[in-house]
Ligand binder design. Structure first.
Ligand SMILES: *[C@@H]1O[C@H](CO)[C@@H](O)[C@H](O)[C@H]1NC(C)=O
Ligand SMILES: *[C@@H]1O[C@H](CO)[C@@H](O)[C@H](O)[C@H]1NC(C)=O
Ligand SMILES: *[C@@H]1O[C@H](CO)[C@@H](O)[C@H](O)[C@H]1NC(C)=O
Ligand SMILES: *[C@@H]1O[C@H](CO)[C@@H](O)[C@H](O)[C@H]1NC(C)=O
Length: 440
């Protein structure tokens, strides 16, 4: 810690660098030791007409890390957004899918030791070591005791039995990245306590992981698809953030997994935010490879996703939710000018109404807003961004399991390896699920 005061500028740079590297490691190697890959099938690659080079289409080429991806994309050209107005062609709906006039997403955090947390970390058998902060030594427990209080109305309090009735005979599926997986684990922990041990089970970890509740003939599932469309990051274990290649117009392989779910909760954001440009592999005429910045690439993926929701989801049978970007707290100077840390050692929420950190990109929010608007009542937003922005205290920081080795140098400066991306459980994602409960 004594180094902290010396050579500040230098350190600042170093920490910036660290943070970027950390962001990549957290997002790409989470739980790598606990998840056993049983899903080495290749992505469903464009069935193709014009190219004569069939060696590229042997399935082995397209295994995660296989040579096909990078070979096909060795000399990308720059992507120029083609605003084809697919969103504009869909009907525009003005009103949002919120009940009445109350905006559930605008409010404040209230400290409530009596009613929160909603479950006990150590009593949830499926708690993740990435999120079990108390178990990994977090010294204080305030982060568990915050209740979300919307301005102007009350959130219906979480009730596991009522939620189970809503889920009876249904499949609830979370689809997305590790943040969405955190919300899924939260949901499992929220529900599992009222189910007898012999009436619940979890399938082995894979791209699709399923929690079954026998008496209700219901499941709560998680499907790994961090970029929504098909990509070389679709293996839940073997993926790298720094060489992302997506098939911007393909998601049928993913959709075949989720199309029969009754309630779908999607997210996607952080995987578009860091690292070098993202390569786009188009399947149109030939193998055309372009590269784009994260926002352009995410826009393409969201459009493809929205086309699926608009044309294939059945509004009479299915509910589709989209969870907005999960904020990060990588720079304490944003809420505490002059300081040089991150979320490490933060124990209280930010109480500046409307606080917005640099990690939550406004252009992305506008794009998501447009895409969701174009879907009207076919998709419902769970707008977690603002409420989670306040919770600089909600991240694991150093109180989680790290699968990679932490060097002595890092240990001497805990902020340098703090996870300020994911969220402790019990904690913030429980509230995201309370919002889902209120919207169902
Ligand atoms: C197929 O691709 C390989 C590797 O890119 C290349 O060496 C070969 O010439 C190609 N063959 C044809 C017929 O295009
Ligand atoms: C949570 O579980 C632990 C271990 O079973 C127990 O010691 C603790 O009292 C429990 N806390 C609550 C709030 O139920
Ligand atoms: C259980 O739920 C599935 C859908 O998830 C449904 O197809 C099936 O008929 C249900 N079985 C019973 C016994 O209700
Ligand atoms: C989410 O809420 C913010 C304000 O907190 C708003 O600016 C944004 O448009 C909302 N996004 C969506 C997709 O509803």
């Amino acid at each position: 810690m004594h180094k902290w005061s010396r050579r500040r500028a230098h350190l600042f740079l170093l920490i910036s660098l660290f943070t970027i590297i950390l962001l990549s490691t957290f997002l790409s190697n989470h739980n790598s030791k606990t998840i056993h890959s049983s899903t080495d099938h290749p992505p469903s690659f464009p069935t193709h007409t014009t190219t004569s080079n069939s060696s590229l289409f042997s399935p082995n080429q397209w295994l995660p890390g296989g040579p096909g991806w990078s070979r096909a994309c060795s000399a990308p050209r720059s992507y120029r957004p083609r605003r084809d107005g697919a969103a504009a062609q869909r009907k525009w709906w003005k009103e949002r899918s919120l009940d009445g006039n109350c905006d559930l997403f605008s409010g404040r955090w209230v400290y409530d030791e009596r009613l929160y947390p909603l479950y006990n970390e150590s009593e949830c058998p499926w708690m993740s070591d990435q999120l079990a902060c108390r178990k990994h030594g977090r010294p204080e427990e305030q982060y568990k005791h915050w209740r979300w209080q919307p301005h102007g109305c009350h959130l219906k309090r979480w009730n596991a039995l009522e939620m189970l009735e809503k889920l009876r005979g249904k499949r609830l599926m979370f689809v997305g990245d590790s943040l969405n997986r955190g919300q899924w684990i939260s949901m499992v922990c929220l529900l599992q306590s009222v189910i007898p041990a012999d009436k619940k089970s979890m399938s082995p970890n894979a791209a699709l992981t399923i929690f079954k509740m026998e008496e209700y003939n219901a499941t709560v599932e998680f499907y790994w698809a961090p970029l929504l469309v098909e990509s070389n990051s679709d293996d839940p274990v073997n993926h790298r953030l720094d060489d992302r290649i997506i098939l911007p117009d393909k998601l049928l392989k993913h959709a075949s997994q989720w199309e029969n779910a009754d309630i779908l909760v999607f997210n996607s954001y952080l995987w578009w935010r860091s690292g070098p440009k993202i390569k786009l592999l188009w399947s149109r005429e030939d193998l055309i490879c372009e590269e784009a910045d994260g926002l352009d690439a995410m826009t393409l993926a969201m459009e493809t996703w929205a086309n699926w929701v608009s044309s294939r989801a059945d509004p009479r049978r299915q509910r589709v939710f989209f969870v907005t970007m999960s904020p990060t707290h990588l720079w304490s100077r944003e809420w505490n000018p002059g300081s040089e840390g991150n979320c490490y050692q933060e124990t209280t929420p930010i109480n500046i109404e409307g606080y917005w950190g640099s990690g939550s990109d406004l252009d992305t929010m506008r794009m998501v807003d447009n895409v969701l608007n174009s879907l009207g009542s076919k998709a419902t937003v769970i707008n977690i961004t603002q409420l989670s922005e306040y919770r600089k205290d909600g991240h694991p920081s150093i109180y989680r399991k790290f699968w990679e080795t932490i060097s002595p140098e890092q240990l001497s400066n805990p902020a340098s390896y703090s996870d300020c991306i994911h969220w402790c459980l019990p904690g913030v994602p429980d509230v995201w699920n309370e919002l889902l409960f209120n919207l169902l």
